[in-house]
Design a protein around this ligand. Structure first.
Ligand SMILES: [Zn+2]
Ligand SMILES: [Zn+2]
Length: 392
């Protein structure tokens, strides 16, 4: 059972929805048009609709044939990025400064396609919650949906997610048995010294020199402090100090990001970064204060559900087109919050380098590849029919 025929029948409809959403991108928590469009389609197909979780979130609930109350959740994200689009095709963004450069227009459409098919056929026994979340791009819409009672109001025994992946050829899939995406935290280290004349440095405590030592030493947190078989990133990305060439400033600030896959590594780097900064500064007679802002947690699949997802992917795209356990990405994803609450799996759907030279996510030349819409929708539908089978 590769692409479901009935889903292939409405490829043209899905392409039209996808391009309509692409032309009207909306930023996190402002997905009013997109959310209304999703809710109207679900209601048209006879799916119960709840709106308002995390503001613009939508949850559709569909019950199959038979009496099972087992429930699973399928999640798509709806938000666009705050960036101008460089494409000039007919469905390019009409909302200046916003663009669907991460393919969430396609994710929303694929879940809608599956919802339409499942509402029509109901060839499953149990309950499906179609979760359309706002604000995946950095603003934690998934976390807010949980805070708004997502799993109390729509209890699921498992939850599944999917992202298009340009590094994989179109219509291939990849499934991880554990970590898929990293935790993404931000930090700011404020180094306080004592400013003065640049030509009389011995009367100052130079925070720029202290900051430079901290930047260098921070590189040891991964190379010397982290198990070589684990992965982590510590990047200082933004250095702020001074105003002119002949003044030693009072203060220097270092900003950056930490990416990790386990809570143990995450906590250790946080603690060591603070200790290193404080003690290096103390050695120079300065002070350093670490402000650490935890962001999205790591997105970690549960192995049993990942194996189920890989089996379903193989049914849809063929065994040879499914990669098991590829390297995870150090980018982040707020589906990690949902996977902290329920077992499940977040899979990558091969997208290919569609439009522009080697086009990647968050690139102004990106466009979702409509050739994979039926693949994604078929994966969702097959997942439901497999996990919630009708008894013979
Ligand atoms: Zn993105
Ligand atoms: Zn994305």
């Amino acid at each position: 059972m590769p692409i479901i025929n009935r889903i292939a029948d409405f490829h043209a409809d899905m392409t039209a929805w996808r391009r309509d959403i692409h032309a009207h991108p909306e930023l996190g928590y402002e997905e009013h048009r997109t959310s209304a469009l999703v809710a109207a389609k679900l209601a048209d197909w006879g799916i119960a609709v709840e709106r308002g979780l995390a503001g613009t979130g939508v949850v559709g609930t569909l019950t199959g044939h038979g009496g099972s109350t087992r429930a699973i959740g399928l999640r798509a994200d709806m938000d666009a990025l705050p960036m101008p689009e460089a494409n000039a095709f007919a469905h390019a963004s009409t909302n200046a400064g916003a663009m669907h450069a991460c393919g969430h227009d396609g994710h929303t459409t694929m879940l809608l396609g599956a919802a339409r098919y499942l509402a029509e056929t109901r060839n499953f026994d149990g309950v499906v919650h179609f979760i359309f979340q706002p604000a995946e791009e950095g603003r934690g819409g998934g976390r807010r949906m949980i805070e708004d009672g997502l799993f109390e109001r729509f209890d699921c025994e498992q939850v599944y997610g999917m992202h298009n992946w340009p590094d994989l050829p179109a219509n291939q899939m990849a499934v991880h048995p554990g970590p898929v995406m990293a935790a993404a935290d931000q930090f700011t280290i404020t180094v306080s010294g004592h400013g003065g004349h640049a030509a009389i440095p011995h009367r100052s405590i130079d925070p720029v020199l202290v900051a430079a030592h901290i930047v260098t030493a921070a590189q040891s947190l991964v190379s010397r402090g982290t198990d070589p078989a684990d992965s982590a990133v510590v990047s200082v990305t933004w250095v702020q100090a001074g105003t002119t060439y002949n003044v030693i400033p009072d203060e220097a600030k270092l900003h950056g990001t930490v990416r990790t896959f386990t809570e143990a590594t995450r906590n250790r780097i946080r603690e060591q970064l603070g200790r290193l900064a404080e003690n290096i500064a103390a050695g120079f007679g300065a002070t350093a204060v670490l402000e650490y802002r935890p962001g999205y947690p790591a997105t970690v699949n549960t192995e049993a559900e990942a194996r189920v997802a890989a089996g379903i992917a193989a049914k849809v795209v063929g065994e040879a087109n499914v990669t098991w356990a590829p390297n995870p990405s150090m980018a982040a994803e707020d589906f990690g919050y949902l996977l902290r609450e329920r077992p499940g799996a977040y899979v990558w759907l091969g997208h290919g380098a569609h439009t522009g030279p080697s086009c990647r996510l968050h690139n102004p030349h990106y466009d979702f590849n409509d050739d994979i819409l039926t693949t994604g929708a078929s994966y969702w539908a097959t997942l439901v029919e497999t996990i919630l089978p009708r008894s013979a």
